[in-house]
Design a protein around this ligand. Sequence first.
Ligand SMILES: *[C@@H]1O[C@H](CO)[C@@H](O)[C@H](O)[C@H]1NC(C)=O
Ligand SMILES: *[C@@H]1O[C@H](CO)[C@@H](O)[C@H](O)[C@H]1NC(C)=O
Length: 286
Amino acid sequence: MRLSSLIAHCAMLSAATAIPLGTSSIDTSHSYSPPSGELVTRADKPILRIMPLGASITLGIGDTPKGNESGYRKPLRDEFRWRGYTVNMVGCKQTGVMKDRQHEGHPGALTTELIGFAKCQINLRPNVVLINAGTNDAKQARNRGGLPWVEASYDRMKDVIDYLYANSDGVTVILSTLLPQSDVAGNENVKIINEGYRRLVNDLKAQGCKIQLAEMNDGFINVSELVDGTHPKHETYPKMAAVWAHALTKALDKGEVRHVIQLPNPGPFPDDGPITNPALPKYPPA
Ligand SMILES: *[C@@H]1O[C@H](CO)[C@@H](O)[C@H](O)[C@H]1NC(C)=O
Ligand SMILES: *[C@@H]1O[C@H](CO)[C@@H](O)[C@H](O)[C@H]1NC(C)=O
């Protein structure tokens, strides 16, 4: 039932991308002036309205300063600003030392809670949603039905993505696999969940859905780079940003990221002004 509605929706999306840009519902002309006065409108560069969705790693736990973590969000944002994109992070939470610091990163979140969190600002119609979630599902599996619960991560995540496609037309989803964990039982579950997520991305791509995998568990980031066996260190978050950037670049190169929907009153996009090259670590490493 669900699967067929998803297929229909993705097929619809493929058709929708064929509509020439410039129709009234699509904003191709939005310009943005950072404080320097430099105009960065680029016809070939859609404004990126990004919703970071997940749990504590999306908030940035493990980063400094404690209580105001920027996590991967600042280095990722800086990277695309540096490349000339206008970036607007959205979400109902705000954490981080940058001005544009909205997100939906909820410590302890299970995948079953993500739709409720996304709902808060899905009306802003993000064109990119970054999902890193499932670590808490892995850790709490013992109390939630064990292996069947772990294996059903595929379906839980599919429900989340289905919700996003249905409520932010043409959105590009970047789904990340989970970082390795030091806890042995938890890490076994992480491996199973990751296999499911990789399969899910392939299945959705095969149905014409706009989705990319951000592979966070290929050895690029290892457990010694975590503060507490779960959360990245301050120096590790730019590595996560590099993996997200690689996946988002693929989507952009394929022309999959739609222009943002014109909102009645989008207001100014918060920005810190001219930025320096964040010099993200090279990913994939040579
Ligand atoms: C977080 O950092 C920003 C920038 O330094 C600051 O404006 C904001 O008030 C801080 N928020 C908290 C809760 O400390
Ligand atoms: C983990 O990554 C760090 C930083 O790249 C590296 O120095 C270390 O050798 C790696 N450890 C393992 C076990 O791969």
